[in-house]
Ligand binder design. Sequence first.
Ligand code: PMP
Length: 394
Amino acid sequence: MHTPTPPQFPLLDALDHELTALDAQSLRRRRRTVESACGPRVEVAGETLLAFASNDYLGLAADPRLAQAAALAAQRWGVGAGASHLVSGHSRAHEALEEALAEFTGNQAALLFSTGYMANIAVMPALLGRNGDIFADRLNHASLVDGAQLARASLNRYAHVDMGMLAAQLAASTAREKLIVSDAVFSMDGNIAPLAQLLELAERHNAWLLLDDAHGFGVLGPQGRGSVAAAGLKSERLIYMGTLGKAAGVSGAFVAGSRKLIDWLQQRARPYIFTTAMPPMLAEVLLSALQLIEAADDRRAHLTALIAQLRTGLAAQQSRLMPSSTPIQPLLIGDNAATLAVAEALHARQLWVPAIRPPTVPVGAARLRISLSAAHSLADVDTLCQALSEILPA
Ligand code: PMP
């Protein structure tokens, strides 16, 4: 009997070829399926792993008080918003959360987004057109790079935290609309941007300053009000972006700033306008999370102790340990395959530390991204340091 030859689709074969090439370069990402709630110990493939792999910095993602708040909120609000904010999806719960976030971060107003990625691709296109100039740190998060591209303005990338290069780029710009954008805490390095100098340059050159505080909100500053509060900065030109899926333990994000800015974003931020609002039950849970953040000085103090313990415990790895005072503590390995091999050796000891490789970090700068949570104990950190000292030559 004649069997028909399957139809040829070379485009699909090309993808398969690319995937094989990624494998060969140790660049193919493999996700693991987690069978338990987020926390220092997670179940994966029948094993319990001690994980240094989440952004749950305050240990709130599985907090029973928030799980309880979620159950009650679902009874009141159901599970879905049913529409976008400007149609009929904007609830009292969203409104209350926006007001609380604005007040908490010392801003006139705030606007909720479903994710930080969406907030970051929303702001720049709403504020700048083709004739604008954007100035971006080379190590900014991918969502900020994408946001700049969507704005279709000219993108000037300056070397990481190089304020001299930024100043020169600003001085050379003839655009009327200018925006400087930076991670406040760099997501793969853990260092804090020079916030006061960034604001000073924004003021001198009449530019907006967009700061992405995904990793500082809830962690830094008085009561966890974020890195801008920690630096004591205030300005009408400052646009503050915070995320709600990391220290806050849930999901979502917000942009805070002047009332006029937020009113404008409501009219022009497309990822705000053309998407279903976050479930109101989550907005209500986040209101409880915000109260927990504010009262979590003990957790932040414990986190500081964990960071000190890790850095002391890894003193023999001084040359690899990147300079960071935040819960993001990367160990620079360099080579992709070598980084993966260390992560695998840790896995063999029931430890989970992600191997971060290009394109998330520059080529040749693969690393282990150790992230600490207030839910870890000092003994957990010792376990990790001991394993690393056995695996890595000093
Ligand atoms: N900005 C930074 C600096 C981040 O690290 C992340 C998350 N990895 C985001 C934005 C995106 O936030 P979300 O996960 O809420 O989309």
